[in-house]
Design a protein around this ligand. Sequence first.
Ligand SMILES: C[S@@+](CC[C@H](N)C(=O)[O-])C[C@H]1O[C@@H](n2cnc3c(N)ncnc32)[C@H](O)[C@@H]1O
Length: 276
Amino acid sequence: MVNPLDPKSLNDCAENQSDSISRLNFERWSKKGAVDAYRKWTDLYAPEQVIFDKLRDNLRGWDVLDIGVGGGRTTHHLHDRCGSYIGIDYSFEMVKQVRSRFKNCDLRQEDARNLSKFKTNSFDLVIFSFNGIDYVGHEDRVSIFFEIQRVLKPGGHFVFSSHNRDFSGVAQFGWRSYLSTDSVRIFAKKVLNLIPSILDHYRLKDYETQEDEYALINDDDSCFITYYISPTAQISQLERLGFGKTEAYSLDGSLCHQHVPRDDDWMIYYVTQKID
Ligand SMILES: C[S@@+](CC[C@H](N)C(=O)[O-])C[C@H]1O[C@@H](n2cnc3c(N)ncnc32)[C@H](O)[C@@H]1O
C-alpha cells in the first residue's frame, strides 16, 4: 500500500488503481479551497443528530476516534462530551486549521488506512463523517474497515456515511451543477473554472469504474473520484467484513425501511458494531 504520508513509500511501491485514487484525492483534500470550505461548517446533519442523541447517555464514558475531521465540524459537537476524544485527518492542512480552533484537543495527522498508532480494542466509538471514507479506492476502503474493526472495543460502534448509488440523481460530471446554482457569484466562478475542470474530468476518466458492488465516479464539478454504493450493498459489504448488525439512516434522520432510501437520499448514514 502506498502511504501518502510517507514520501519513501511513494517512490518504493508500485501503485495500483486503488492507491492512485487514494493519492489523487489526498492531494485534493490538502488544497486551500477544500480547507477553507470545511472550516466554515459547524451544523450536524439530521441523521448525525439522531444518532448522537441515541448514543448521548453512553458518550460521557466513551473513548472516541473521529476520522477525517476536516474543518472540525464534528469535533465541535463531540470533543467535550465524551470520555476521551482523538481527531485525525491525513491532510496536514486540515489538521493545522482544526488545531487552531480547538487548542486543547488531541488532533493528529494520521491515515485511516493505517491506524497502527492505535492499540487493538481501544475505542468505544469510531466516526468517519460526511462521506470521508468515499475518497479512497476499493481495496483501501476494505483496509479502512479492517483497521476500524481492530481498534474498536468488542461491541463498539462505527458511524459513517457514504454516497448512495441508488440516488435517483447519481451525479455524473456535466452541466447539471452549472445550471442549478442560484448564486451569480458562484455561477461566475464556475464558468471561469469551466475549461480547467473539463480537462481535469477527462484526466480523471481513467479512474472511473462501475462494478456490481460499487462505482467510482468523478461526480458533477467535483475534482475528486468518489465511491458510490447502495445501502443494500454497503450492508452486505460490512457483514462480509465481519461487522455486526447495521442500521441505515436517510438524510432526514429516519431509518431506511428495509434499507430502501428515499428519492433524495444522496448520502446514507450507517451505524454498525464490532461483534462482541
Ligand atoms: C468530506 S470531508 C468531511 C470533513 C468532516 N468530517 C465533516 O464532516 O465536515 C472528508 C475528510 O476526510 C479526510 N480523509 C479522507 N480520506 C482519509 C483517510 N484515508 N485518512 C484520514 N482522513 C481522510 C479528508 O482529508 C477530509 O478532511
